[in-house]
Design a protein around this ligand. Structure first.
Ligand code: HEC
Length: 156
């Protein structure tokens, strides 16, 4: 063989070798992904939005036992059922209980969700819902801190 032929052969073999390495690495990557993160792959092939959303931790039709309520930080009280029915569909109830607003503040949050997030009109339910929220999730009073709760003991 001529030197030029040999060079061509070597180039071809190198190219083939590189491709093999690339393929093997891709295959390993794919296998690892299927093994450990199948939801990524499922996301690629999911053609409707619902399929992707359904994999997230969206509480739908949760049975609100008292343990479940405690877990998300909701308290019993008037309006709770309305809040459960209207405020746990799109996001976790924890998003509600992590926030503190005045009555006006809660109304603003609701308006914002209605204007930008497709939240529905609450009609006559709005009042009891806002009552519940502003009663149980009101901002802490600013100013003086609460007195320490210490169990005093007497020296003998
Ligand atoms: C139609 C869907 C939908 C419903 C129903 C809904 N929300 Fe939301 N809400 C959203 C979206 C979307 C966000 C933004 C979430 C994010 O930032 O991850 C949000 C955010 C919030 C926030 C955070 C606001 C902030 O400033 O960070 C609070 C608090 C909240 N919602 C309370 C409620 C309450 C209370 C109800 C029931 C009265 C409710 N949501 C019902 C869609 C909804």
């Amino acid at each position: 063989m001529e030197g030029a032929d040999i060079r061509k052969l070597m180039t071809a073999i190198s190219a083939l070798g590189l491709m093999m390495v690339f393929l093997v690495i891709s295959a390993i990557g794919l296998i690892l992904m299927v093994q450990y993160q199948p939801e990524i792959l499922a996301g690629w092939f999911a053609n409707s939005k619902e399929e992707v959303v359904a994999q997230e931790d969206v509480p739908v039709d949760v049975e609100w036992t008292s343990e479940k309520l405690e877990e998300v930080g909701l308290v019993e009280g008037e309006g709770l059922q309305l809040v459960l029915a209207n405020c746990t569909n799109c996001h976790s109830a924890k998003l509600v209980t992590q926030n503190r607003f005045t009555r006006e503040g809660w109304i603003q949050v609701i308006r914002w969700m209605q204007e930008t997030q497709g939240f529905w009109d609450l009609g006559p339910n709005e009042d009891p819902i806002v009552d519940y929220l502003s009663t149980h999730f009101a901002p802490e009073a600013k100013g003086r801190r609460k007195p320490l709760e210490v169990e005093w003991y007497s020296l003998e």
